[in-house]
Design a protein around this ligand. Structure first.
Ligand SMILES: [Zn+2]
Length: 351
């Protein structure tokens, strides 16, 4: 999560949020064969069950270790974290988008410098990809930034929650989709697992991606962005909750789908406190989903709040609630699954 507030420059996205409705497609429950739905349900359950607190913890203990040096943009520690992620994908047999030729999308120093990034070195977004079985050209993006703020005065800012939690969440969601694919139940639409760089310095990696998309933004159905999902904030101490931001800004269907996904799984409290571009914290503008939203791609941003270790060297792996991290990851997975497999693409019907 980015610390500096971004100046207001888009009023187009500030229109108020209306009541969410899903268009009735005319189908009734009797239309679907019970056999098919139970097969689909079994496929979902099998994939869903692969998401485990244990694996999230195992990966986070590497990603947010001192060895990664706080993962500042372009630093050796960030690159090392990136290599770990790529090896994870390779081990699972998950490749990169063909057009890219590797897992890396280079984000040039010059691009960041022009946007106030100072003298940051070249850095990389990391992309893993599972091709859809029926509508491969339609892309679901699941994103999280893997950079953090680095080491200051010899103290490593490990960024376990920000955004180690989102990073391992995306990896775990990829693992679940790949398990489904191996069982012959891969997603109908394609899923892009997008690990962006340069977030803390100014959402640079996601801006570079949306300026230079590997898949046309017109075919990009949604961005589900995860930035900090492993902790709780003072207001929600001990609660099973997650903040959801932006989910009814561009599509009247996304919030409805996410709420249904939540209800059928862990039934977390979905907190919409910050779901307002005019909120003083301006969270709608402060993470990578914003670069998709400004390009008219529906977004949902999953977030745990501003807690006492936010952007402090004490944002460490020991403080993560792994059971809650698992539940929030499962929510994002379920929403991605439902959007990827629904007969119709979700609509963009709001401005
Ligand atoms: Zn941050």
């Amino acid at each position: 999560m980015r610390k500096i507030l971004i100046p207001l420059f888009s009023v187009a996205l500030l229109t108020s949020c209306g009541t969410a409705k899903v268009a009735n497609d005319g189908k009734s429950a009797t239309d679907s064969s019970p056999k098919i739905s139970s097969k689909a349900e079994k496929a979902f359950q099998a994939a869903y069950q692969t998401i485990s607190a244990e694996d999230l913890k195992k990966n986070l203990y590497v990603i947010a270790s001192d060895e990664m040096g706080g993962r500042d943009t372009g630093s050796p520690g960030q690159k090392k974290a990136g290599e770990y992620m790529i090896n994870f994908y390779k081990d699972l047999g998950i490749s990169y988008p063909k057009a890219l030729g590797s897992y890396y999308q280079k984000v040039p120093a010059d691009f960041m410098k022009k946007r106030g990034g100072g003298n940051l070195p070249d850095s990389e977004n990391i992309l893993a990809f599972i091709e859809g079985s029926e509508k491969p050209e339609e892309i679901i993006v699941v994103s999280a930034h893997y950079d953090h703020v680095g080491t200051r005065n010899g103290v490593v800012y490990n960024g376990a929650d920000d955004d180690g939690s989102g990073t391992v969440g995306v990896m775990e969601i990829a693992k679940a989709f790949q398990a489904a694919k191996k069982a012959g139940n891969g997603p109908k639409r394609s899923i892009l697992f997008l690990h962006v760089t340069g977030e803390e310095h100014g959402l640079f990696g996601s801006e570079f991606y949306t300026d230079n998309p590997v898949f046309p933004l017109a075919n990009t159905v949604v961005d589900l962005n995860i930035d900090m999902i492993g902790r709780d904030d003072p207001e929600n101490r001990g609660k099973q909750y997650v903040y959801v931001i932006g989910s009814e800004m561009l599509s009247s269907q996304l919030k409805v789908i996410n709420e249904a996904a939540n209800k059928k799984t862990n039934n977390l409290e979905l907190n919409y406190k910050y779901d307002d571009p005019a909120d003083p914290q301006r969270l709608y503008y402060r993470s990578d989903h914003y670069n998709f939203a400004k390009n008219n791609v529906p977004v949902a941003f999953f977030f745990d709040g501003i807690h006492e270790d936010y952007h402090k060297p004490t944002d460490d792996v020991e403080k993560i609630d792994y059971a809650l991290l698992q539940k929030r990851t499962q929510l994002v997975f379920t929403t991605a699954w439902d959007i990827a497999n629904s007969p119709e693409r979700i609509v963009v019907d709001k401005k």
